[in-house]
Design a protein around this ligand. Structure first.
Ligand SMILES: Cc1cc2nc3c(=O)[nH]c(=O)nc-3n(C[C@H](O)[C@H](O)[C@H](O)COP(=O)(O)O)c2cc1C
Length: 234
């Protein structure tokens, strides 16, 4: 692209240092027939790497995409808080924009990305609310300050100022003084019941390895009969 004639707004691509992706890649023999074993192995590896080398902060951060009633996509980062053969899950406010979108269009896509490891995992599927018992168990283990915030924040609604939030937090702290903070009914979570999972491993010269599992039958992420596996072009 040429430089703009007005000299004001550069319209050329961002100048970059090209980083060659020198990850270990992924070979057919390492890719299980069902995705669960590889997903859990990569998640564990990212957490270990953060502990050992500190270059994968928030290894459980996951970008989660939703669609609104007009078909417009939306995306934000949350933290992966559930991972079992039913699918990955996260917690959030049920008053939030994402939860409203999911009630209207129960479709989810998400990606875990670990650039320092040249790895990413993608999920696509349908949204299912996390069960009450699982939520209670998780909520009970949260730091008290976060539990109080769950009562205070009407997530995604406008707020007049920081002070308003802090005053509301202080009032809630007083209200729950000396007793356990219960889980508010407006606090919940969503699971992705996957119909596709992809593992991406960055390789040299942008000739990356990609494997996708597509659902062919009912069954968990760990059920080989439920998935077809194929290598994709980079
Ligand atoms: C690293 C990181 C972790 C986050 N974790 C969560 C989370 O677990 N749950 C959540 O509701 N929001 C989380 N957020 C905030 C969301 O990105 C977002 O601002 C919020 O959920 C409101 O999104 P919405 O208006 O699209 O519903 C996190 C943000 C970052 C950057």
């Amino acid at each position: 692209m040429s430089e703009p004639s007005d000299g004001m707004i550069p319209r050329t691509p961002i100048r970059v240092e090209h980083l060659d992706y020198t990850g270990g890649g992924l070979a057919e023999a390492e890719v299980p027939a069902a995705p669960f074993a590889l997903v859990t192995e990569w998640v564990a590896a990212a957490r270990t790497r953060q502990l050992d080398r500190g270059d994968v902060p928030e290894p459980l951060s996951i970008a989660v995409a939703t669609v609104d009633g007009e078909g417009r996509p939306d995306v934000r980062t949350v933290l992966l808080r559930f991972l079992d053969p039913r699918g990955p899950g996260f917690v959030t406010s049920l008053e939030s924009a994402k939860s409203a979108q999911l009630r209207e269009v129960p479709a989810l896509a998400a990606t875990l990305t670990w650039p320092a490891m040249f790895r990413a995992i993608r999920f696509r599927g349908r949204a299912e609310p996390i069960g009450e018992e699982e939520l209670d168990l998780y909520f009970a283990g949260r730091p008290r300050g976060s539990q109080i915030s769950a009562w205070v924040s009407h997530q995604s609604a406008p707020v007049g100022g920081r002070e308003e939030l802090e005053q509301a937090w202080a009032r809630a702290e007083e209200r729950f003084e000396g007793r356990a903070v219960p889980r508010p009914g407006t606090w919940g979570g969503w699971r992705i019941v996957c119909d596709a999972v992809e593992a991406w491993a960055g390789r040299s010269n942008r000739l990356h390895d990609r494997f996708r599992w597509s659902r062919v039958d009912e069954g968990g992420l760990d059920d080989p009969a439920a998935w077809r596996r194929e290598r994709l072009q980079p």
